[in-house]
Design a protein around this ligand. Sequence first.
Ligand SMILES: Nc1nc2c([nH]c(=O)n2[C@H]2C[C@H](O)[C@@H](COP(=O)(O)OP(=O)(O)OP(=O)(O)O)O2)c(=O)[nH]1
Length: 148
Amino acid sequence: MSKAEKTIITNMCMIENDKGQILIQDRVSSNWPGVTFPGGKVEKNESFVDSVIREVFEEIGLVIKNPQICGTKQFQTEDDERYIVLMYKTNQYSGNLRSSDEGEVFWIDKYELGTYNLANDFNEMFRVMDSDTLSEFYYDESWNVQLK
Ligand SMILES: Nc1nc2c([nH]c(=O)n2[C@H]2C[C@H](O)[C@@H](COP(=O)(O)OP(=O)(O)OP(=O)(O)O)O2)c(=O)[nH]1
């Protein structure tokens, strides 16, 4: 029996500045609307690091450097694909911030995130990304969130 399984691999990046602020995006997407960090799908044959650098540039105009992987998220889609989000963070960037048709972007104080209209489950994702001990956000078969 084949060990292969269908997967969708995506990325997301938390960008921090030296004032303790993070960059958020108010996503207009209809399938997962609300405040998140920029990110998108990894393309065929693309390196994971290159994919997050590309998505951040496409969505918000900044060129990030040295993104560090800081967690993973996964769940099974309705079509039985394993949906994986590779979570990154960095405090190194250059370029000019701009919003795109993915949504408006702006800096906020890191610990004010909870006051925004967050995308579903984004608060738990942030907990993993911001933690020194957690590294995984996992939906089990009953759709319970497990942070590990
Ligand atoms: N659609 C969806 N996206 C999610 C979920 N959870 C989650 O972290 N994400 C994140 C992962 C990625 O950062 C981003 C994927 O968004 P998207 O599917 O709109 O990707 P995209 O259009 O930007 O990608 P692309 O097609 O332009 O390459 O959202 C979820 O439940 N549904």
